[in-house]
Design a protein around this ligand. Structure first.
Ligand code: C2O
Ligand code: CU
Length: 472
């Protein structure tokens, strides 16, 4: 493993390159009932290291990373044709959308993988307004996402929200070597999988080495953060600006000012912020990743125009989505105990119906984690829910590592969290730190076969995945 760019070097480097490509660089397509979107998964090149540095060969939709922002309006039917021009099978998963099971894009569970040269037509209704995203969901999606296959799916509220502009920010770390190549020797690395997952050494916003966001003094912006990181947990703040958190994982929360803590975004999570541009014309403000030493990752660039009047009132809550809410009286309850990983490795677990010792699991099958003593996707579902049942799952993180647990086809609430109050709002992904246990509850109203897995993709592929079924 060569020595890669440190976070510090990245800061120094970023000020040296004055690309203005950030302005509106992100392509967008609007899909209405009549207009299918055509996404071609193929190879391309991107300037992830900035101007004057080597380009990176990537995989992307349309050969760019991230892929186009797909926009629809709440209630629309979306039609997307995926065409696979890669030399590996792929699919499209619509993360966070409560859609028809057949359109969920999970290879071998809801559809056959789309072979090289083949296509697949996705067609589904989007019931919730909010910030969502799409990515492949196959064995090997860790590599596919790492190489750049990801894009945002934005579902607009039926009535416009009171902001001047809406900015999508797809954040992602990459592991890139000095000549700009995705670091291939460490793809699928079991050491990473048993620790925090694949952590990158380069951070991009919308595929830009340093994203510059146009700002006009007095505006109110909606910033939609989407994490397409394989495994890194990030935390963001905006220098000198207050921001209200208004939605998590696409679902509205009561607006709350984020303080110095910033907003934490685990892999696959989204956070919508509303920020009033209180800076002066001509000034700049860094958007920083502050999980470690603050790192300027992007910035607001104010133009020279006179300030317009700031809005006086704080933002209204976003309109709610039609998600059925648990009432606190689950009719089905279960535990999901997460074990394994470095520093508390598996002694043994069941893998494909066979009980194996930890060493065999790791060395022969690349399995280092288990849910309830089972490593990898089981033949049988973790549970079968009656349609409409309220299900509570107590997830116990009995490992030394954080995990971002994602539930397909539904959104859930937290009903209990050891060592603290449950976090508010509906979510599709929940972060559990080591030794945390969190109970989630949801109404199993969406029939079909749905996955439940860690969205640290290296953890998922090395054991942390299961599925459940909701009856017709
Ligand atoms: Cu973002 Cu199972 O997926
Ligand atoms: Cu994990």
């Amino acid at each position: 493993m060569p020595i890669l760019f440190s976070r510090r070097e990245m800061i120094v480097g970023s000020t040296a390159f004055c690309s203005v490509a950030g302005f509106g660089a992100l392509g967008a397509v609007r899909s209405a009932r009549a207009e299918p979107v055509h996404l071609i998964a193929t190879t391309g090149r991107a300037r992830l290291l900035g101007d004057g540095r080597p380009e990176t060969p990537i995989w992307g939709y349309g050969g760019v990373t991230p892929g186009p922002v797909i926009r629809a309006t709440q209630g629309d039917e979306l039609r997307v044709r995926l065409e696979n021009r890669l030399n590996v099978p792929t699919t499209l998963h619509w993360h966070g959308i409560r859609l028809d099971n057949a359109m969920d894009g999970v290879a071998h569970l809801t559809q056959q993988p789309v072979a090289p040269g083949a296509s697949f037509d996705y067609r589904f209704r989007v019931p919730d307004a909010g910030t969502f995203w799409y990515h492949p969901h196959v064995h090997g999606s860790a590599e596919q996402v790492e190489r750049g296959l990801a894009g945002a799916l934005i579902v607009d509220e039926a009535a416009p929200v009171d902001v001047d502009r809406d900015v999508v920010l797809i954040v992602k770390d990459w592991r890139i070597d000095e000549d700009g190549q995705v670091h291939e020797d460490s793809l699928g690395n079991l050491h990473d999988a048993a620790h925090a997952g694949r952590l990158g050494n380069v951070l991009t916003f919308n595929g830009e080495h340093f994203e510059r966001i146009e700002a006009r003094a007095g505006e109110r912006l909606r910033l939609r953060f989407v994490s397409a990181a394989n495994s890194r947990i990030m935390r963001f703040d905006i220098e000198g600006h207050d921001a209200w958190l208004v939605a998590l994982d696409g679902q509205p929360v009561n607006p709350v000012l984020i303080g110095g803590e910033g907003v934490v975004i685990a892999p696959s999570q989204r956070a919508d912020l509303i920020v009033d541009l209180t800076g002066t014309p001509g000034s700049r403000a860094a958007i920083r990743e502050v999980s470690d030493e603050p790192f300027a990752a992007a910035e607001l660039v104010y133009d020279g125009e006179e300030r317009r009047a700031l809005r006086e009132a704080p933002p209204e809550p976003l309109p709610g989505n039609p998600v059925p809410l648990p009432e606190g009286t689950p009719s089905q309850e279960l535990d999901l105990v997460m074990t394994g990983g470095a520093m508390r490795p598996l002694a043994d677990a069941i893998y494909r119906d066979e009980e194996l010792d930890g060493r065999t699991l790791a060395l022969q099958h690349g399995m280092v984690w288990a849910f309830n003593g089972v490593a990898g996707m089981p033949e049988a579902p973790l549970f079968v829910a009656r349609r409409g049942a309220e299900v509570a799952i107590r997830m116990v993180n009995d490992t030394m590592w954080p995990h971002a647990m994602h539930l397909h086809g539904h959104h859930f609430v937290e009903t209990a969290r050891n060592g603290g109050a449950p976090q508010p709002g509906l979510r599709d992904t929940v972060l559990l730190n080591r030794n945390e246990d969190v109970t989630i509850a949801f109404i199993a109203d969406n029939p079909g076969r749905w996955m439940l897995h860690c969205h640290m993709l290296e953890h998922q592929h090395s054991g942390m995945e299961t599925w459940f079924e909701v009856g017709e």
